[in-house]
Design a binder for this molecule. Structure first.
Ligand code: ATP
Length: 682
C-alpha cells in the first residue's frame, strides 16, 4: 500500500502517455460518485496526509487524455450488452458467470452461498454500473472452481499427497494395461489399442482438471512434448487450455486487497466482478484507476504457492521413481531433468513481478516496431500475486469473423505474427514461449497485441551462436556439424558409437531439405519426424527447443487458418537470407584473417629455419649426386618433381612431393616404382 500511496509519480507518467485513453468516450461505467461526493468521501477514505495528497493528485489527473501508448489511438470495442446471449437458462433464477453468481434481477450472489451484500463492498462496486461496460466479444461462461478440492486454501497436505499418488499409480496401471497385448479380449489389434489409449487420454484430462492448477499447467506444458508422450495424450491435454474454472470475485478482491494492502475502492475507481478470462493460475478482471486509465488486473489463485509446494514435492519423488524404471525409459529419458524444468517454469509463472519485468523487456524490444503492441505494466498496482497492466483490447487472432468484419487483411496479420516471432528468435533472443491464439490479438490498426508474459524464453548469446551453427549446418546438410552443434547445445548426449545418430540426422536433413516448395512440410510434421527419429537415440530436447518448435507450429497453424496461401518459408526467407549473408561476410572476414595469419606464420617459420633447411638440402643434394641416395617417386609425381628440380637446385617444394629415401640395397626391390636418377641442373 505504501508503494501505491507514495508513488503517484507513475500515474503522472501514465497520464501523459495515455491522454487519449482517459478522453475516450467509452468507459467501463460512469462513476457512481460524482467529484463532489468523492471529495467528501475522500476525507473519510484517506486518513493520512499522504493518502490525501495521493487522492488529490489522482483527481488532478482526471483530465482527458490525448495520446495513447506508442502514440497510437486507443480504441475499445463498440458497446453492446456484455452478456448478450448469456442470459440465464429458462426456469432458473441465477447463473454462475466466471465465478460470479447473478440472479435474473442482477443481484449478486457470492460464493454461491445466497444473496449476499458484502459488508466490505465498496460503494463504487454496484452492479448497475456494469451495464455500460464495453463488451468482451466471445466472452466465455467459465465453470466455477467451487466444488474442486484444490479450490480450498486449507488443503490437507497428507490427503493431497494421497490424491496425487493415487492418480499417478492409476495412470501407470492404465498405461501398462493399454500396452499389454494379452489384455485385449478377442485378440490385440492396433485399432483396439488406439481406442483404449484415447479413453485413457480423456480420463487423464479429467483427472488433471480435478487435481487442479499444478496439474493443469503441467498438462498444458506436456501438450508441447510429443517427444515424450503418445499423440492421444498430447491432443487431449491441449484441450486444457480453455477449460479452466474461475474463482469468485469476492475471493479475487479480498486477495488483491491483501496483496496490495489497500481496499479495492482506494485502488480502483471501478473493478469489474466478471473476469474476462480465467486460467490455471489466475484470472483477469478489468478495472479503472482513479485517474481514468483502463487496466486489467491479473489475480493469482489464492493459495497457489502452498499447493505447488505440496504437489511438486510429490512430483519430484514421482520423477525419481520414473527415472529408475526401465519400462518408463528411465535410462534414456531424463525425468528428473524434465521435472526440474517444469518446476522452474511453474514457480516463475506464479511470480507476477517476474511477469511484469518480462512484459517490460518485451515491450522495450519492440519499442521501434509500431505493429507490435505490448501492454504497459502498472508497477504501483503490482505485487507477486497481482499484476496490473494497461488494458489493450483486441480481436483474438483466430476470430476470423471479427477480423473480416473489421476489414483487416488476413495475410498481413499472419505475416506480422510470424515476423514478430522471427524477430524474437533471431534478433532479440527473448521470446514469448506460449503464443497460442488466446495470447495474440489484433488492435484497431492491425498491430499484433501480445498478452501473458509468464513463460518467456531467453536465448543466451552462446546458445544463439550454437543454434545459428546448427542452422547453417542444416542449410549445408552437414550431419556431422549438426550433431556437433546439438552436442554443444546439450541436446545430444555424445555416446560411444554415434554412427546411427548420424545416419538418422542425415536422413532427416535429406528428407527435409530435398522437398520442392510445393511439398513443404509443416512445422508440426517436422517436429513429429524429428521426435520419431529421436526415439531410442541419446537426444534430450531442451525445453527452449520444444517451445520454439511448438510456437512455430502454432503460428503456422494460425497462418493457415488466416490465409490459405500462407507460407512460413516465404515470410522467413528474408530473415534466413540475412543470416546467410551475415555468415558469408563473417566467413570472408575470418578467412582473410586466417590467410594473413598463415602467411605470417609461414614467413616466420621459413625465416627462422631457412639456414638450417638450406644446409639440409645441400647435404641431401650432395648425397644424391654422389649416388649414395636414390629417389623413389610415384610415377604420377615424377613430372612435378622433374619440373621442380629443374627449376631449383634447392627444391624447397620438396615437402610437397612424396620422396622416399632408399638405400642402394633397397633399389633392388621389385616394387613398381619408377627408378629415377636425378639430373640436377646447377
Ligand atoms: N493487457 C490486457 N488487455 C486486455 N486484455 C487482456 C490483457 N491481458 C490479458 N488480457 C485478456 O486476458 C486473457 C488472459 O490473460 P493471460 O493470458 O495473461 O492470463 P493467464 O492467466 O496467463 O492465461 P493463460 O496461462 O491461459 O495464457 C487474455 O487472453 C486476454 O484476453
Amino acid at each position: 500500500m505504501a508503494a501505491i500511496l507514495a508513488s503517484n509519480c507513475y500515474c503522472r507518467y501514465g497520464d501523459l502517455i495515455n491522454h487519449e485513453r482517459s478522453g475516450d468516450k467509452l468507459s467501463f461505467s460512469s462513476s457512481l460518485l460524482n467529484h463532489d461526493s468523492l471529495e467528501k468521501y475522500s476525507c473519510h477514505l484517506f486518513k493520512t496526509k499522504k493518502e490525501q495528497k495521493f487522492y488529490v493528485e489522482m483527481q488532478k489527473m482526471e483530465s482527458p487524455a490525448k495520446v495513447g501508448v506508442n502514440g497510437r489511438p486507443t480504441k475499445m470495442v463498440p458497446t453492446t450488452d456484455t452478456r448478450k446471449g448469456k442470459s440465464p437458462p429458462v426456469g432458473k433464477t441465477s447463473q454462475m458467470i466466471n465465478g460470479t453468481t447473478r440472479n435474473v434481477n442482477g443481484v449478486r450472489k457470492v460464493n454461491g452461498v445466497g444473496l449476499v451484500k458484502r459488508d466490505t463492498d465498496p460503494p463504487l462496486m454496484k452492479s448497475s454500473s456494469f451495464k455500460e461496460l464495453p463488451p468482451i466479444e466471445g466472452l466465455k461462461v467459465l465453470p466455477s472452481d467451487e466444488g474442486f478440492s484444490w479450490a480450498s486454501e486449507n488443503y490437507n497436505s497428507f490427503q493431497r499427497s494421497v490424491d496425487v499418488w493415487t492418480f499417478v499409480l492409476s495412470l501407470r496401471l492404465r498405461v501398462l494395461f493399454d500396452n499389454a497385448k494379452w489384455s485385449y479380449l478377442g485378440g490385440f489389434t492396433e485399432d483396439k489399442q488406439r481406442s483404449r489409449r484415447q479413453k485413457t487420454a480423456s480420463w487423464l484430462r479429467e483427472c488433471v482438471l480435478q487435481l487442479g492448477p499444478t496439474f493443469i499447467k503441467l498438462g498444458q506444458l506436456s501438450s508441447t512434448r510429443s517427444d515424450l508422450f503418445p499423440r492421444e495424450f498430447v491432443d487431449e491435454l491441449a484441450k486444457l487450455q480453455d477449460k479452466v474454472p474461475a474463482f469468485s470475485p469476492s475471493k479475487a478482491k479480498n486477495f488483491i486487497e491483501t496483496e496490495l494492502g489497500a481496499p479495492i475502492n482506494q485502488l480502483f475507481k471501478e473493478f469489474e466482478d466478471l473476469p474476462i478470462a480465467a486460467a490455471s493460475l489466475g484470472q483477469v478482471h478489468r478495472a479503472i484507476l482513479h485517474n481514468g486509465e483502463k487496466v486489467v488486473v491479473k489475480v493469482q489463485r489464492p493459495g497457489l504457492k502452498k499447493l505447488f509446494d505440496i504437489d511438486l514435492r510429490n512430483l519430484k519423488l514421482i520423477a525419481e521413481y520414473f527415472q529408475k524404471s526401465e519400462t518408463l525409459g528411465g535410462p534414456t529419458r531424463d525425468w528428473v531433468g524434465i521435472y526440474e524444468e517444469c518446476a522452474k517454469i511453474l514457480y516463475e509463472e506464479i511470480d507476477y513481478v517476474n511477469e511484469g519485468k518480462n512484459a517490460d523487456r518485451f515491450r522495450r524490444d519492440f519499442r521501434n516496431i509500431k505493429w507490435v503492441r505490448v501492454p504497459l505494466v502498472y508497477w504501483d498496482y503490482t505485487a507477486t500475486k497481482v499484476l496490473t497492466l494497461e488494458y489493450v483490447p483486441g480481436v483474438k487472432i483466430n476470430q476470423l469473423d471479427m477480423i473480416d468484419a473489421r476489414g483487416f487483411s488476413r495475410s498481413r496479420i499472419s505475416s506480422r505474427a510470424v515476423e514478430a516471432y522471427l524477430i524474437q528468435i533471431l534478433k532479440t533472443g527473448f521470446f514469448h514461449a506460449d503464443p497460442h491464439p488466446g495470447n495474440l490479438a489484433i488492435d484497431v490498426d492491425e498491430a499484433v497485441i501480445y498478452y501473458d508474459f509468464g513463460m518467456m524464453g531467453d536465448i543466451k548469446s552462446f546458445t544463439r551462436q550454437k543454434l545459428l551453427d546448427v542452422f547453417y549446418a542444416v542449410y549445408e546438410k552437414d550431419a556431422k556439424k549438426v550433431m556437433q552443434g546439438l552436442v554443444d547445445l546439450g541436446a545430444l548426449q555424445p555416446t560411444g558409437d554415434m554412427s546411427s545418430v548420424r545416419r538418422s540426422v542425415q536422413f532427416f536433413l535429406d528428407n527435409l531439405l530435398n522437398q520442392r516448395p510445393d511439398q513443404q512440410q509443416t512445422f508440426s510434421a517436422i517436429g513429429e519426424d524429428l521426435f520419431a527419429i529421436a526415439t531410442d537415440q541419446p537426444f534430450r530436447f531442451p525445453s527452449t527447443f520444444t517451445f520454439v518448435l511448438r510456437a512455430f507450429s502454432t503460428l503456422e497453424g494460425i497462418g493457415y487458418i488466416l490465409d490459405p496461401d500462407f507460407s512460413f518459408a516465404k515470410i522467413a526467407a528474408p530473415y534466413a537470407e540475412e543470416l546467410l549473408d551475415l555468415r558469408q561476410k563473417q566467413q570472408t572476414g575470418t578467412r582473410l584473417v586466417q590467410e594473413i595469419r598463415k602467411q605470417a606464420d609461414d614467413a616466420r617459420v621459413y625465416t627462422m629455419s631457412m639456414p638450417y633447411r638450406i644446409q639440409r638440402i645441400e647435404d641431401f643434394v650432395k648425397e644424391l649426386e654422389s649416388g649414395d641416395l636414390k629417389l623413389r617417386v610415384r610415377v604420377l609425381e615424377v613430372i612435378v618433381l622433374q619440373t621442380v628440380l629443374a627449376r631449383s637446385r634447392y627444391f624447397s617444394a620438396i615437402e610437397h612431393i612424396k620422396i622416399v629415401y632408399i638405400s642402394r640395397r633397397e633399389q633392388l626391390e621389385k616394387r613398381p616404382y619408377y627408378r629415377w636418377q636425378p639430373c640436377i641442373q646447377s
